[in-house]
Design a protein around this ligand. Structure first.
Ligand SMILES: [Zn+2]
Ligand SMILES: [Zn+2]
Length: 127
């Protein structure tokens, strides 16, 4: 059972803090869409102002410690980060977006990413 001093939770704490730190960094970028106009999930590139992104970046500011403990427990025991605190998106400037695309262009010319059909991002210009 999970309770104070739970070892499973203690072991997940480092991972939890890492995800949270990363989510805070992404969230700050999300507030600067001029500088960071692109955002990407695993396979799909968006514009930062896409409504799907707004739903995925996560709420960061509302937490009290009880709530945080709940989110940690969820991660530790279920391996999930679904409560809205974790960012499942990368928010990127033009250069990073170009690199993201390059990473997803297969060596034989296959393309392994999609452009969002809601926000229809324009690809960053090639250098
Ligand atoms: Zn626990
Ligand atoms: Zn989109």
């Amino acid at each position: 059972m999970c309770g104070p001093g739970c070892r499973v939770c203690a072991q997940a704490e480092e991972q939890f803090n890492a995800i949270r730190t990363e989510s805070l960094a992404q969230r700050r970028r999300f507030d600067e869409p001029e500088r960071y106009p692109y955002a990407a999930g695993k396979h799909t590139l968006h514009r930062t102002d896409c409504r799907q992104i707004k739903e995925s970046v996560g709420r960061i500011t509302l937490y009290d410690s009880v709530w945080m403990q709940g989110a940690l427990t969820e991660l530790a025991h279920h391996g999930t980060t679904n409560s809205g605190w974790a960012t499942h998106m990368r928010v990127m400037d033009r250069q990073e977006a170009a690199a993201w695309i390059t990473e997803r262009n297969g060596p034989r010319g296959g393309v392994r990413y999609r452009l969002c059909r809601i926000c229809t991002p324009v690809l960053p210009a090639d250098k």
